[in-house]
Design a protein around this ligand. Structure first.
Ligand SMILES: [Zn+2]
Length: 115
């Protein structure tokens, strides 16, 4: 097993001969190919970072919630019982992490709750 520094050096050697490293970063609709640094590739290979979350600009918990949702945002209203409404807000499947974070800050409602 290579350590982090050995992995970085191996990737640099590959790049010198024209090999590029791309990461298939998951999102709720599939994957998107993204270029990554040697340091991030090595850190991910040894389990030191959550690369999908980092590349998506999210914390690991935010990223897990986004994937679990399938990219569909639930209403932010509370029901009479005090639980969060489970209706989906109007819109489409959100596969862009920045758009997902923006929507989270807006705390949108479903049609029943005025959204
Ligand atoms: Zn609602």
């Amino acid at each position: 097993m290579l350590n982090r520094d050995q992995i970085i050096e191996a990737i640099r050697m590959l790049r010198r001969v024209g090999v590029e490293i791309h990461f298939q970063c998951p999102n709720p609709a599939g994957h998107r190919s993204m270029g990554i640094s040697e340091a991030d590739a090595a850190a991910y290979a040894v389990g030191a970072i959550n690369l999908p979350a980092r590349l998506s600009g999210m914390s690991p918990d935010e990223f897990a919630d986004w994937m679990h949702s399938g990219g569909y945002m639930c209403c932010h209203a509370l029901t009479r019982a005090g639980r969060r409404c489970k209706n989906l807000v109007r819109g489409h499947q959100v596969t862009d992490s920045a758009e997902w974070k923006r929507l989270l800050e807006e705390k949108p409602y479903c049609a029943k709750h005025g959204g």
